[in-house]
Design a protein around this ligand. Structure first.
Ligand SMILES: CC(C)(COP(=O)(O)OP(=O)(O)OC[C@H]1O[C@@H](n2cnc3c(N)ncnc32)[C@H](O)[C@@H]1OP(=O)(O)O)[C@@H](O)C(=O)NCCC(=O)NCCS
Length: 144
């Protein structure tokens, strides 16, 4: 396959990304509605949102974040018909390189405990499970 990784472009990639995420993630929570997630990331403007293209078609995504202390990886997704061909690993390596260029020393990420396949994917890419309790709180005033 012919894979190119590039920065997300809202005009070119928005609709395909929403379709991909809806297929792959099947959202249930309001704060994860694809259009809202994309709008918030674009508004933040850190440029850490990337797509994998095959012949100009979005076949994968990865989002990263850096706060000066830790780097984070979010929303890694590959179209089902393009999985197990190295696309996810290529996207992850690309995001890691961008975080490294910003000075990031350590990347964290969260996965659902039930998502064994994704755990295996990250393990294959050099990540280790760290025993932590993950906590979160929604700021509902910003979810609209
Ligand atoms: C996780 C995901 C991004 C991996 O993308 P991918 O392009 O298929 O991954 P790669 O081809 O780069 O896989 C690299 C290695 O990871 C491991 N791996 C990948 N998918 C796996 C799976 N379903 N089960 C077990 N191991 C897996 C394998 O070791 C693989 O190497 P191999 O193909 O030589 O065996 C993709 O399966 C996906 O989109 N899953 C659904 C979305 C999701 O749950 N994202 C995570 C949200 S936190």
């Amino acid at each position: 396959m012919n894979l190119t990784v590039t920065t997300f472009d809202n005009q070119l990639h928005r609709e395909q990304t929403i379709t991909l995420w809806t297929v792959v993630f099947g959202y249930k929570a309001d704060h994860n509605i694809p259009g809202l997630v994309i709008d918030k990331k674009i508004q933040f403007g850190d440029g850490l949102f990337f797509v994998g293209l095959h012949n100009k078609t979005v076949v994968g995504t990865v989002m990263a974040g850096y706060d000066g202390h830790r780097g984070w990886i979010y929303s890694i997704a590959v179209s089902p018909e393009f999985q197990k061909q190295g696309v996810g690993s290529t996207l992850l390596a690309f995001a890691e390189q961008k975080l490294s260029e910003l000075g990031c020393m350590k990347i964290n990420l969260q996965i659902l405990e039930s998502n064994k396949a994704v755990e295996d994917f990250y393990t294959a890419n050099g990540y280790q499970t760290e025993k932590r309790i993950s906590m979160g709180k929604q700021l509902t005033q910003n979810i609209f």
